[in-house]
Design a protein around this ligand. Structure first.
Ligand code: GDP
Length: 369
């Protein structure tokens, strides 16, 4: 009988029926926990052993609680974004809760950028975008959490800007915040498995507190689920295309107007009007790029999505959203960014359209290369 068992991390009643409800613990783990005199629910277990914090949803009370916690803190805010998904990385309303706290903007996944891309161009753009969202970062920097690039210099920047404050690390899910926190833990404490704090349901939020030299804390906060991310739209087995493993190699196409390039079946680029031009695509090296005539493109997509044009796979078509069209006239050389997937560099004096699953942003920016 499980009824009287309680998680020693959060105090929730242990149950094995509903993985989505508080106190869930697989049956096999209950006996193990009892044997070791250390019974945790699955959520607290993961938090303690893997530094995994359960994410919060934009519509949750937990989300507001998180923002309030940030507002009430006297802290340096380390705001982690995915440089391949800037819009999908934005925490709505964060600017209202930052208050007087300084913000350090960290662009993650730098390892994927082509070598030819000038890093300062990207950080300038990130700064502009952040300003447009009402936040003025004290510094902008790029790291690769996965490859452990620039983590030491990030730690130096944190020391420089925090003064005597605590440090709060915030970010939406999928930007690589957990990977980054684990690198930070490794570098600051030398410990692989730091024992982390847990929570009481409904009272405080999960957080991971890493002690800093002067008795202050570096606090990891729950990841926030941002529904408008390519990562949420794609079937699980297609996620590799939004989390490329290797530096992206540019692919060049000589295009005439009225030609289309399909990006697998997840997105599409139409060259509507302009001279014959070289356009350069920056996507995961394994994403299949397929050229066709614009006039046939709709029919081509209907016929081949899930087959020749994949992802999505044949069995995933039912859950896959329709592509939505976004048209732009470009005065000068620009990047058409399909958020979370990559971008296409197009010369000026052209009219183009980008298609992406409904909800995923398609934007134009000054060309980065
Ligand atoms: P979180 O949801 O923000 O905590 O994100 P995770 O740390 O779980 O990372 C999300 C995905 O991005 C995983 O597939 C990671 O392997 C990948 N990832 C994280 N950091 C990097 C990075 O610096 N470079 C690359 N290429 N991938 C990364």
């Amino acid at each position: 009988d499980d009824e009287n068992l309680i998680c020693i991390g959060c105090g929730a009643t242990i149950q094995s029926d509903d993985p989505n409800k508080i106190g869930y613990t697989p049956k096999s783990a209950i006996q193990k926990g009892l044997d070791n005199n250390e019974l945790y629910c699955q959520r607290c277990f993961r938090l303690r052993h893997y530094n995994e914090i359960a994410p919060v949803s934009l519509t949750d009370d937990d989300f507001l609680r998180l923002l309030n916690q940030i507002r009430d803190a006297n802290a340096l805010i380390v705001y982690v974004v995915d440089i391949f998904d800037f819009n999908g990385s934005i925490i709505p309303g964060l600017h209202r809760f930052v208050g007087d706290n300084p913000v350090l903007l960290v662009g993650n996944k730098e390892d994927l950028l082509p070598r030819s891309l000038r890093r300062t161009k990207l950080t300038d753009w990130m700064r502009q975008q952040t300003n447009a969202n009402g936040i003025r970062p004290v510094d902008v920097t790029l790291v690769s959490a996965k490859k452990n690039h620039q983590i030491s210099s990030l730690l130096e920047l944190i020391e420089k800007h925090r003064g005597k404050r605590d440090v709060y690390v915030v970010g939406v899910t999928n930007v690589g915040k957990s990977t980054l926190i684990n690198q930070i833990i490794r570098q600051t404490t030398g410990v692989q498995e730091l024992i982390t704090t847990s929570r009481f349901p409904g009272t405080t939020l999960d957080k991971i507190e890493i002690p800093l030299d002067d008795g202050k804390q570096l606090v990891d906060t729950p990841g926030i689920i941002h529904p408008d991310q390519m990562a949420h739209v794609l079937p699980a087995d297609a996620l590799k295309y939004v989390a490329p493993q290797k530096e992206i190699k540019p692919r060049t196409f000589q295009l005439n107007e009225q030609q289309t390039i399909f990006l697998g079946g997840v997105a599409r680029f139409d060259y509507v009007r302009g001279d014959r031009n070289g356009i350069v695509a920056y996507f995961d090296n394994n994403l299949n790029l397929h050229r066709t005539k614009l006039e046939n493109a709709d029919a081509f997509y209907d016929k081949h999505v899930g087959g020749l044009l994949t992802p999505p796979g044949e069995n995933e078509l039912n859950d896959f959203p329709e592509l939505e069209r976004h048209e732009f006239h470009l005065e000068q050389k620009s990047d058409l960014v399909i958020e979370g997937l990559g971008w296409i560099t197009v010369p000026g004096n052209t009219t183009i359209a980008g298609w992406a699953p409904k909800g995923v942003s398609v934007i134009v920016r000054r060309a980065m290369i």
